[in-house]
Ligand binder design. Structure first.
Ligand SMILES: [Zn+2]
Ligand SMILES: [Zn+2]
Length: 89
């Protein structure tokens, strides 16, 4: 945990690191720094709109992660799909 500003709600507090792309792509999230800091209980794990509870929140983060990857790596949508398996835009 570390102190900072939650990527989702903007509140300052102790944050947990969330890997934007989980499962098989978790290692790639780590490799490319596709992670965000979230309030542990409310925004990460248990809240109604938490990243691990709410499909819309997960989608929002996936879209952000894809754009970040494409911009930082100069990658096209096709190249993103090759690396992560699908398009989230
Ligand atoms: Zn939050
Ligand atoms: Zn997480």
């Amino acid at each position: 945990m570390y102190y900072g500003r939650c990527f989702l709600c903007g509140e300052w507090g102790l944050l947990e690191e969330h890997h934007i792309f989980g499962g098989a792509n978790r290692k790639k999230s780590e490799k490319y720094g596709l992670k965000v800091g979230l309030c542990g209980d409310k925004c990460h794990r248990n809240g109604k709109k938490a990243a691990h509870q709410c499909p819309e929140t997960a989608q929002k983060l996936h879209e952000y992660g894809q754009r970040k990857y494409m911009i930082e790596n100069g990658a096209s949508i096709e190249e993103f799909i090759k690396e992560f398996g699908r398009n989230y835009l």
